[in-house]
Design a protein around this ligand. Structure first.
Ligand SMILES: [Zn+2]
Length: 310
């Protein structure tokens, strides 16, 4: 048993005395799944924070050596980039064998305004995280800045693939930052493969990291045919979540406050929890400023999906 898992067991025994939250998933929306990460639910007609995406990739940068990609643990004890092998198909809502650790995952499929401030906060606090960008957002000027920060901090940040256009891969529709690429699409296996491989080329170009075998289906909507298509191009690890912060929804539209997000995550967090957040979330940064110290006070290591799996 690894040092952290042993520590986790010890801490868990201590914590069981303190808190017994039961993880749960919630409502639909941009970048989030239906009530439960489901295999067939569709979300056409969802309104999206828009941002023009029609920028072509600018400039090429030297690829970091593979040594740079397999990082050493950050001072906080978390680690990123120690990816698991392709292996067999697996779908994760949480990773209970991870010991007393959990993953704050951040999708990047639409609005990006607070993204750099969020990453700088995570860097300043030594929080490792797995990001799920789409190709369409990664190639925007703001998206490229985010990817440059990922490239500069492989010890903290790793990426997974969130497809090119954020379409609903089961029933078609959806789409971010625009619906056009997904409208009227019947998502065949070939479409799914192209959505992943097109995005992968852009994500690796700007971040220096190949996102495979990690991916997150848009809206958390997936079925076996989609999993098979994804696996056929190397994406065997499908990541959903057990705690949805709904941080993509602004308070004015009924979205949660920072206090509500922090309280929800801290009350529901268990060993191996996977928390869904967004780099474009309206209250995300403010919530993180409460969640990070609060979760650490409970002994959680805040780390990447690779680290939870290893
Ligand atoms: Zn998303």
């Amino acid at each position: 048993m690894t040092r952290r898992r042993l520590a986790g067991v010890v801490a868990a025994i201590t914590l069981l005395a303190a808190c017994t939250g039961t993880p749960n998933a919630t409502e639909r929306g941009v970048g989030s799944a239906s009530a439960q990460p489901s295999s067939t639910a569709a979300v056409p007609g969802t309104t999206l924070p828009t941002e023009s995406a029609s920028q072509s990739p600018a400039g090429s940068e030297s690829m970091p050596s593979s040594a740079a990609l397999t990082s050493t643990p950050a001072p906080s004890g978390c680690q990123a980039g120690n990816r698991v092998a392709v292996g067999s198909q697996q779908t994760f809502v949480k990773i209970p064998t991870a010991g007393h650790a959990m993953a704050l995952t951040l999708d990047m499929g639409g609005r990006l305004d607070p993204a750099i401030d969020i990453l700088n906060f995570l860097i300043a606090n030594g929080v490792c995280a797995t990001l799920f960008p789409t190709g369409a957002m990664a190639q925007t000027p703001q998206g490229q800045q985010v990817m440059a920060i990922v490239r500069a901090h492989p010890e903290l940040f790793e990426i997974g693939n969130h497809t090119m256009h954020h379409c609903n891969l089961v029933s078609g529709g959806g789409g971010s930052p625009t619906a056009a690429p997904c409208t009227g699409v019947n998502p065949t296996a070939a479409f799914v493969r192209t959505e992943l491989t097109d995005a992968a080329a852009i994500l690796e170009h700007f971040s220096g990291q190949p996102p495979a075998p990690y991916w997150r289906p848009p809206y958390g909507v997936v079925n076996q045919a989609v999993r098979d298509a994804a696996a056929s191009v190397g994406y065997t690890k499908t990541f959903l979540w057990d705690i949805d912060t709904i941080d993509w929804k602004p308070i004015a539209d009924g979205g949660p406050t920072a206090q509500q997000i922090a309280a929800k995550v801290m009350s529901k967090a268990v060993d191996g929890s996977i928390v869904l957040m967004h780099l474009g979330g309206y209250e995300t940064l403010a919530a993180l400023k409460m969640m990070v110290p609060g979760l650490r006070d409970r002994g959680f290591v805040l780390t990447s999906l690779s680290d939870l799996l290893n």
